[in-house]
Design a protein around this ligand. Structure first.
Ligand SMILES: [Zn+2]
Length: 370
């Protein structure tokens, strides 16, 4: 063999490990709000009567994410999501601004989010939620504010993006709150940007490529996510999609039903996308006060719940044979699990801010100083 041929072969061999770690073109972040480890376990027991039957529990890469904020052990969705999508621990109530912010009083430095990186690179982007689309979790993807309560102001930022042309697909609830705060300004901004805002997914015409849907009541998350995926995957450079489905268990039946349905949706989406070029990440922003304190096989997990709720105040701690459920967020670590391109980076214990880093690394992008 000629020397040049040998050199070429050596070079090729050196490149193989790099090729094994595939870069992601697309990233989908599935956020189960308040879906702590115990809630994930309970969802499997509730939905299937067996442990570890959720689809996300079959993913090969698993880690535990710390959820503390810049100051406190227990986080809210604002600080939790800011850490995940902007890579910086801030204070509860603060949306994608640094810890130099004071909630409701003083702005902090603006943090560049995963959605903004993606917009800057020309990818398509979307946010879908069963909650208000300007509530903390979705808002932290596209907006910045010193107080999560400023939903009108946050929503308006969709029309004045810092990078690219802003989130392309936006589907969620919250019309009453958002319009109550900024209705007239929203109508003006929507007209100026030439982007119509629809009241329901059904009202979106088939040829609308960048729908903004804000409904009064909870949207059908599965239908919304399917629509978002169809639209975003038309972009040849790739896409970033965040799907939130609330898993707070103040009402255990609703929270656990949501998580079981979310998991089914994730299974469906994973079968649809090309996992060689798409990274799927499932995690939570913080945990919740749900404990499995009893129960046994063959008996529904929520046995006794209806009777309990009929006899007690919704503010009481729920005590049924299998569960005790309080009403607080809690400070322990949450599950982070992944499949697809770049998923191998999800392993071990990690700060919540590393989820931001590992998604950027999966894309092959460098984080800016923060
Ligand atoms: Zn939350």
């Amino acid at each position: 063999m000629r020397r040049s041929a040998l050199l070429a072969l050596a070079l090729l061999l050196a490149l193989i490990p790099a090729a094994a770690q595939r870069r992601a073109k697309n990233v989908i972040l599935f956020l189960a709000d308040a879906g702590g480890v115990a809630t994930v376990s309970a969802a499997s027991l509730h939905g299937y009567g067996e442990p570890q039957k959720l689809y996300v529990q079959s993913w090969p890469n698993v880690g535990l994410s710390d959820t503390t904020t810049a100051t406190n052990y227990v986080s809210d969705s604002a600080a939790g999501m800011t850490a995940i999508v902007a890579g910086v621990k801030t204070h509860s109530g603060v949306i994608s601004m640094g810890p130099d912010a004071e909630r409701g009083k003083k702005d902090g430095r603006i943090l560049k989010t995963l959605l903004e990186y993606a917009e800057e690179k020309g990818l398509a982007t979307g946010v879908v939620s069963n909650m208000s689309i300007a509530d903390a979790t979705p808002a932290a993807c596209y907006g910045h504010a010193n107080d999560r309560r400023k939903q009108g102001e946050l929503f308006l930022q969709i029309f004045s993006p810092r990078f690219g042309d802003g989130p392309d697909v936006v589907i969620g609830a919250g019309r009453k709150t958002i319009w109550g705060q900024a209705g007239a300004r929203i109508e003006a901004a929507s007209q100026k940007a030439g982007r119509k805002i629809y009241g329901s997914l059904d009202a979106v015409p088939a040829d609308e490529r960048r729908p903004i849907v804000v409904s009064d009541s909870e949207p059908d998350v599965a239908a919304a996510a399917r629509r978002a995926l169809d639209l975003l995957s038309a972009n040849r450079k790739g896409y970033f999609l965040m799907v939130e489905w609330d898993a707070h268990t103040d009402n255990p039946r609703k929270g656990l039903d949501n998580l079981v349905a979310f998991d089914k949706l994730i299974r469906e989406i994973a079968a649809k996308v090309n996992l060689k070029e798409t990274l799927l990440v499932f995690t939570a922003d913080h945990s919740f006060e749900l404990r499995i304190t009893g129960g046994r096989r063959g008996v529904p997990l929520l046995e006794g719940l209806d009777e309990w709720q009929a006899k007690n105040s919704p503010r009481d701690e729920i005590r049924i044979p299998a569960l005790r459920v309080g009403h607080s967020h809690t400070g322990e670590d949450v599950l982070v699990t992944a499949i697809g391109a770049g998923a191998e980076r999800v392993r071990g214990y990690m700060p919540n801010t590393r989820i931001f880093d590992l998604i950027l690394q999966a894309w092959g992008w460098r984080p800016e100083p923060r």
